[in-house]
Design a binder for this molecule. Structure first.
Ligand code: APR
Length: 229
């Protein structure tokens, strides 16, 4: 029998127990910075050095972090389901836990690109320095989707969500669009689960089960629930 399509939308909350801070749990500051000062095209134009420094620190944090049992638990679901993860996270903890199909809506911390041409993308494990250039001579920047920038991968994500037999949301406040709007593409009769310490508000999920727990505990409970269907 064909495996069911299990589609999982994740956000910063799944990596919180790996020691990576979420965005909105800390007074509007992200690791001590205003998001507008580090994660917008305007910030880049105003102070590229600061933006590079900020993401160099994030890259170091991610390198030092380890996947937690929520990441591993979702990867284990691949045995029984055809799992597609759609993540807003820029870390690689899903991949390191063994998930095969991971779509990064907001870019990846271990990639960099020309500031002029997003086709020119490269791997980066260490720091990006001011003055480092791509093949086209333009400054290299993190290959991250900033606020006010388009989210090209959303087009790929919509049909995936639409084809879900089961849909799961883990650790996202569902406030940033277009990612948050993905839940509107779930078919009405598709069972949905939300795992979060604080369940975000939704109005469009009809067969919803909420699991108000930290991600590690929540994924364990989800796995038990999915074992029964
Ligand atoms: N387990 C489960 N959920 C948790 C945990 C945890 N241990 N810790 C925090 N959470 C939940 C919070 O309750 C919240 O709902 O994770 C969510 C984190 O929300 P945000 O900080 O808003 O992160 P996210 O939804 O991923 O942000 C979306 O915004 O800043 C931009 O581009 C950035 O991808 C990011 C996007």
């Amino acid at each position: 029998m064909a495996k069911k399509n299990l589609v999982i939308l994740t956000g910063a909350g799944i990596s919180a127990e790996s020691g990576l801070k979420t965005f909105r749990d800390s007074d509007g500051l992200w690791e001590g910075y205003n998001i507008e000062d580090v994660a917008t095209p305007g910030a880049w134009r105003k102070n590229a050095k600061l933006v590079l420094e900020f993401y160099n620190c994030r890259r170091k944090n991610v390198s030092e972090a380890q996947p937690n049992t929520a990441h591993y638990g979702l990867a284990a679901l691949q045995q029984k389901f055809n799992v597609q993860i759609i993540t807003q996270n820029i870390d690689d903890l899903h991949e390191r836990a063994g998930s095969k199909n991971v779509l990064h809506l907001h870019g990846e911390i271990f990639k960099m690109r020309s500031e002029k041409n997003e086709e020119l993308t490269y791997e980066i494990r260490n720091d990006i320095k001011f003055g480092d250039t791509a093949e086209d001579g333009a400054q290299l920047r993190p290959a991250i989707v900033w606020f006010e920038e388009p989210v090209p991968k959303i087009e790929e994500a919509i049909p995936v969500v639409n084809n879900a037999d089961i849909f799961v949301v883990v650790g996202t406040s569902l406030v940033v669009y277009p990612a948050a709007g993905l839940i509107n593409y779930i078919k009405r009769d598709t069972p949905a689960y939300i795992i979060d310490k604080n369940i975000p508000y939704t109005s469009s999920l009809y067969k919803l089960t909420t699991i108000q727990k930290p991600a590690t505990e929540g994924v364990k409970l989800l796995t038990e629930m999915l074992d029964k269907i």
